[in-house]
Design a protein around this ligand. Structure first.
Ligand code: DX5
Ligand code: ZN
Length: 222
C-alpha cells in the first residue's frame, strides 16, 4: 500500500515570513502544499487567490493542492491551473453541474478533487466516484483554521473507502480540518490517504518534526 501524504495548510503559516514557511515545507517530509481559497460568499472568510498562489508556486518544490471554497468555481479553474495548481478541489455544495466541473478540471491536466462539508453524506458522490481523483472530507466547517475535529468524519471515511473499493477506483481520500498527531493514526486506519494539517504543523514548536511524525504513522486498513 502506498504511503499516505501530508499536506500542510499554508493558511496557518506566518504570512510575514511566507518565504521561510514555504522553505520549511520544501525541506520537510511533506508531500503537497494545501492552499485554501475563500471568497466570503461560500464561506464566511476571505483568504487569497491567484496572485498569492502564483508567488508560492515560484518557491514551492512540491505540488500545490488548491482547495476552492468559493461559489461558481468553474469560472476560475483555468486561472488556478495557470498559476500552478496540480490538484483543484471544488465543493460539492457549490457545484450544481458537478460532473461537468470535474471534467473541466481534468481537461486542464490537474487532478480533480471534490470536497464535502461535514453534513453532506458521501453517498452523493456514488455515481461520479470513478471520475474523481480526490475526495476531500471536511472534518470542520470550512472557513477557518484551528477548529475542533468533528468525530463523525471517521465513519464517513469508512463509508467512502467502501464506495471507492466497490467502484475499484483509485480515488484518494483527503481529510481537512482539526487534523494532528492526536487523531492522525485513527484517520489513517479508517482509510485516509492525504492528511491536511494547518495549525498542528505551523503552530508546533518544531513544524518539520511534526510533519515527520505525521508521515511516520502506519496504515493498517485492508
Ligand atoms: C478550513 C480549511 C483547512 C484549514 C485547516 O476551512 O479548509 O484547510 O486550513 O486548518 P487546521 O488544520 O488548523 O484545522
Ligand atoms: Zn482546506
Amino acid at each position: 500500500m502506498e504511503k499516505h501524504k501530508i499536506a500542510p495548510s499554508v493558511l496557518a503559516a506566518d504570512f510575514t515570513r511566507l518565504g521561510e514557511e514555504i522553505d520549511l515545507v520544501n525541506q520537510s517530509e511533506a508531500d503537497w502544499f494545501h492552499l485554501d481559497v475563500m471568497d466570503g460568499r461560500f464561506v464566511p472568510n476571505i483568504t487569497f487567490g491567484m496572485f498569492i498562489i502564483e508567488a508560492i508556486h515560484k518557491m514551492a518544490q512540491k505540488p500545490l493542492d488548491v482547495h476552492l471554497m468559493i461559489v461558481e468555481p468553474e469560472k476560475y479553474i483555468e486561472a488556478f491551473r495557470q498559476v500552478g495548481a496540480e490538484v483543484i478541489t471544488v465543493h460539492y455544495e457549490a457545484c450544481p453541474h458537478l460532473h461537468r466541473t470535474v471534467h473541466q478540471i481534468r481537461e486542464t491536466g490537474a487532478m480533480a478533487g471534490v470536497a464535502l462539508n461535514p453534513h453532506t453524506p458521501v453517498q452523493v458522490l456514488e455515481d461520479l466516484i470513478e471520475d474523481i481523483d480526490l475526495v476531500c472530507l471536511m472534518s470542520v466547517n470550512p472557513g477557518f483554521g484551528g477548529q475542533k475535529f468533528i468525530y463523525q468524519t471517521l465513519s464517513k471515511i469508512r463509508k467512502l473507502r467502501e464506495m471507492i473499493a466497490t467502484a475499484n477506483a483509485p480515488t484518494l481520500i483527503e481529510i481537512d480540518g482539526g487534523v494532528g498527531l492526536q487523531n492522525a493514526e485513527a484517520l489513517l486506519q479508517a482509510g485516509a490517504d492525504v492528511l491536511v494539517a494547518g495549525s498542528s504543523v505551523f503552530g508546533a514548536k518544531d513544524p518539520k518534526a511534526t510533519i515527520a511524525a505525521l508521515k511516520a504513522f502506519e496504515r493498517k486498513f485492508s
